[in-house]
Ligand binder design. Structure first.
Ligand SMILES: Nc1nc2c(ncn2[C@@H]2O[C@H](COP(=O)(O)O)[C@@H](O)[C@H]2O)c(=O)[nH]1
Ligand SMILES: [Mg+2]
Length: 226
């Protein structure tokens, strides 16, 4: 992703900013599941780049939260891959460092999108009883923050139970005029106002089984719309 207009590390905000004119990579430069080949426009963030960035986020989290017991709250379904890879990296760092983080992983299942649009309503579809988080150091792990409504709503539900600390890690943050200004404590990439799929991010439950983060095309939107 080198060259003019490509990804730029953003030291101030500590995340990688993908500019509006980033075209992504041609599909035939990567291996993709055959069943999605006609449904995608481009590979937007290759799996290897996601993994490298996740390793760095794990290091930042380790530096900030080392020597604590934390409860990782994975937001399903979209957050499951990022959460698994982040936890694995924190575990590895913890094993090889003087600082040690002990972790417990809990899950909450939320839904707020239909097709590629926010429904403006966050449905809590189950998972842990959030009262379990009382007095704990909580690290919420989410796939993407767009308007910020989902996260703000989850945070207000958790805050009722007085956790000791809450931090939020999101793999992606979308630049959208609909944002309410919410910014997570840890973020992997800031992306333009596009609908992305892959690496567990779905379009009506499709594309979770795609390793790279990709942009869906009109054929894909039409084929899988509900
Ligand atoms: N597969 C995708 N899911 C997305 C995308 N943008 C948002 N979302 C889903 O919504 C919530 C967060 O939305 P918010 O507007 O309340 O901040 C997130 O958890 C996703 O499930 C997207 O581009 N692709
Ligand atoms: Mg999500």
């Amino acid at each position: 992703m080198g060259g003019a207009g490509a990804l730029e590390p953003c030291a101030e905000n500590k995340l990688v900013v993908i500019p509006d004119d980033w075209p992504g990579y041609k599909l035939d430069l990567f291996v993709l599941p055959q069943h999605y080949c006609e449904d995608l426009k481009c590979v937007y963030i290759p799996h290897g780049v996601i993994m490298d960035r996740t390793e760095r986020l794990a290091k930042n989290i380790m530096n900030d939260l080392g020597d604590n017991h934390i409860t990782v709250l994975c937001v399903l379904k979209g957050g499951y891959k990022f959460c698994a890879d982040l936890v694995e990296n924190i575990k590895n760092l913890s094993r090889n460092s003087e600082k040690c983080i002990s972790m417990r992983v809990e899950f909450v299942r939320l839904r707020s999108y239909r097709n590629d649009q926010s429904t403006n309503e966050m449905q809590n579809l189950g998972g842990e009883d959030l009262s379990k988080l009382a007095g704990r150091n909580v690290l919420i792990v989410e796939d993407i923050i767009s308007t910020g409504r989902t996260m703000k709503s989850l945070l207000s539900q958790i805050e009722k139970y007085n956790p000791k600390m809450i931090k939020v890690a999101s793999l992606l943050v979308k630049r959208t005029p609909l944002s309410d200004g919410y910014k997570p404590d840890y973020a992997g990439f800031e992306i333009p106002n596009l609908f992305v799929v892959g690496y567990a991010l779905d379009y009506n439950e499709h594309f979770r089984d795609l390793n790279h983060i990709c942009i869906i095309n009109e054929i894909g939107k039409e084929k899988y719309k509900v």
